[in-house]
Design a protein around this ligand. Structure first.
Ligand code: FES
Ligand code: FES
Length: 155
């Protein structure tokens, strides 16, 4: 089938079976390879993207479900410029270790800060609980989210 949707602000059309995971379409067909495949079972969060502003697991989202909707990947934060407050904070706190989970971490964090510019520790833990990091970068992720939230409140 043909599925038309908005990807990172641009109209796109994908040719795929209705039940093809969105993750395959955005990586293999549309070339947005910042989103990673981890477990394929909605357990790790590596594949997190936004669907109409809400974080979803693209490995378990059939492409047919995004027809006519807005999808945003990590590339939407600021392209290659790394100027989004979260990216600035990620660099400052040297957050990534192997880096594999970090695209998903950033997209969950971006959805949190879009809704809440002053998240508590519990808010952060709740929003980030589905993003698994085998390297254990959780303390740096939390510190960077707080830093980014503070700079977004000042902006
Ligand atoms: S790859 Fe989608 S949640 Fe793990
Ligand atoms: S930085 Fe390695 S899995 Fe998170």
């Amino acid at each position: 089938m043909s599925v038309a949707f908005n990807l990172n602000g641009k109209a796109v059309t994908a040719q795929a079976e209705a039940d093809t995971p969105l993750l395959w379409v955005i990586r293999d067909e549309l070339g947005m390879t910042g989103t990673k495949f981890g477990c394929g079972m909605a357990l790790c969060g590596a594949c997190t993207v936004h669907l109409d502003g809400q974080p979803v697991r693209s490995c378990q989202t059939p492409v047919s479900a995004v027809s006519g909707r807005k999808v945003a990947t990590v590339e939407s934060l600021s392209g290659t410029a790394n100027t989004h407050p979260l990216q600035v904070a990620w660099i400052k706190h040297d957050v990534p270790q192997c880096g594999y989970c970090q695209s998903g971490q950033l997209m969950s964090a971006a959805a949190l800060l879009a809704a809440n510019r002053n998240p508590s520790d519990a808010d952060i833990d709740n929003a980030m609980s589905g993003n698994i990091c085998r390297c254990g970068t959780y303390p740096r992720v939390r510190a960077a989210i707080k830093d980014a939230a503070a700079s977004m409140r000042k902006a």
